[in-house]
Ligand binder design. Structure first.
Ligand SMILES: C[S@@+](CC[C@H](N)C(=O)[O-])C[C@H]1O[C@@H](n2cnc3c(N)ncnc32)[C@H](O)[C@@H]1O
Length: 429
């Protein structure tokens, strides 16, 4: 596969060789635009593109993603000439996706304004008080340089799409400029350090150059689709007009205690949007599907367990709730997984209803999903989600397992021996 544009050194998208999830977001880091921000929660762009292409082969296709994340599906749709709509309720992540969709901006104006930023940027002022996290992960000199870039960015702002791209340039380089280790899922690892720490100005220039290259590449593609993302909640809207979408390609949060709010703590602290971990609840977590136990403060599962929305799985869910409540007591009451499981499926039931409104009859919904086993109690996630989809008005579901999880004896974070898997839940009708 060869490209005839100036950007032909970029890695072309090929159908995944092993299975669609292999490499997940890591492989996207070689792909134009996808690579602008490393969002480890993302999935394989090649797989998304392949699915959209296959559907497009049968006629026109309009794609929707109610958990748009950093925009993988939306950009994949654009590349194969399909229109796409998405929602993402994490405000920082939605802003990343929006900025990525600005690849059509004037490249000369983008690079020229970026150079003005570099020329204007001096040593920025440290916030007072300095948040502990920033003090812990940045050398003071580098932090001042990064803050200087931020001040310069604000001073040249024209409130346009180039501002959005330059914002992304800055947030995308933060981690590379810190000597602190960050895990695959973007938590800070205080005991790990990086051997190579980037210089802020060099990293800024390199990110601008990469983005300009990708913009040139995308702008040379023929017949690109139109894509939009909104900051909105998938429990209320899938982001598309009623009956608009023929295909949904998405991945919801899994009920596995991963905290999406915490995943962007570094960036949001740097931007002054939060001062500490405690601020995440009010600024981010309250907008998200309740998939981690941190959500469960003051949650009472009694009414949701009786709600008709959960009828199709009600009995099994109640049993699971009781089991988890019992295990929790044995463990000294530490994690409220019993409530989390109820809240999670209640939230997802609401999402199926908003998806039913957005998806045309005969449409297809693809969820990349994995099961989980909090405290070792297995949750048959794909079956319960399938049943909830049928109750919302879809006709059929199938699940294709793509890989096993929780199998490595070396995996240090293993807390139980339950075999887990991940795959594609395909809902139709
Ligand atoms: C598995 S990730 C999807 C990542 C995406 N496929 C990508 O490539 O970047 C799930 C996403 O759902 C978002 N999310 C959680 N609750 C949501 C809600 N109620 N409405 C919309 N998005 C939500 C999370 O912030 C997260 O970005």
């Amino acid at each position: 596969m060869a490209y005839s544009t100036a950007a032909d050194t970029l890695v072309p998208i090929e159908a995944p060789k092993a299975h669609p999830l292999s490499g997940s977001f890591r492989k996207n880091m070689a792909l134009p635009v996808h690579r602008w921000f490393r969002y480890s929660a993302g999935f394989s762009a090649a797989w998304a593109e392949q699915e959209i292409k296959a559907r497009k082969g049968k006629g026109s296709v309009r794609v929707c993603d109610p958990f748009a994340g950093s925009g993988t599906t939306l950009i994949a749709a654009q590349r194969v000439g399909a229109d796409a709509r998405g929602v993402e309720s994490h405000p920082f992540v939605a802003r990343v996706a929006k900025a990525k969709l600005r690849w059509g901006a004037d490249i000369g104006a983008f690079t020229a304004r970026a150079e003005r930023v570099v020329k204007l940027a001096g040593q920025g002022a440290l916030p007072d008080p300095l948040p502990d996290l920033l003090a812990k992960i940045f050398e003071p000199e580098k932090l001042r340089r990064l803050l200087g870039l931020r001040e310069a960015l604000l001073s040249v702002s024209e409130h346009d799409e180039i501002d959005e791209l330059l914002w992304l340039v800055l947030v995308a380089i933060l981690r590379a400029c810190s000597p602190a280790g960050t895990a695959q899922w973007q938590y800070v690892l205080p005991n790990k350090t990086k051997s190579r720490v980037a210089d802020p100005v060099n990293a800024f220039r390199a990110q601008v150059a990469q983005m300009a290259t990708d913009m040139l590449f995308m702008q040379a593609l023929p017949g690109v689709g139109d894509a939009k993302v909104k900051v909105a909640d998938a429990r209320e809207t899938a982001g598309a007009p009623d009956g608009w979408a023929d295909l949904v390609v998405t991945s919801p949060p899994y009920p596995n205690n991963f905290d999406y709010a915490d995943a962007t703590r570094i960036e949001m602290t740097f931007l002054g949007e939060i001062a500490s971990w405690g601020d995440l609840q009010g600024t981010v977590r309250k907008h998200l599907i309740r998939s981690c136990s941190q959500h469960m403060v003051r949650y009472d599962a009694t009414a949701p367990l009786e709600d008709a929305l959960l009828d199709p799985i009600g009995e099994e869910l109640r049993d699971t709730y009781d089991q988890l409540d019992a295990v929790r007591r044995e463990k000294g009451g530490r994690k409220a997984y019993h409530s989390m499981v109820v809240a999670y499926f209640h939230d997802l039931a609401a999402c199926w209803h908003s998806l039913r409104r957005a998806v045309a009859e005969g449409g297809e919904v693809l969820f990349v999903i994995g099961d989980s086993a909090p405290y070792g109690v297995h949750l048959p996630v794909e079956r319960w989600l399938g049943e909830l989809a049928l109750a919302a008005g879809f006709e059929d579901y199938t699940f294709t397992k793509l890989r096993d999880r929780n199998t490595s004896p070396l995996w240090k974070s293993r807390k139980h021996d339950v075999r887990l898997h991940e795959g594609i839940l395909r809902v139709t009708g």
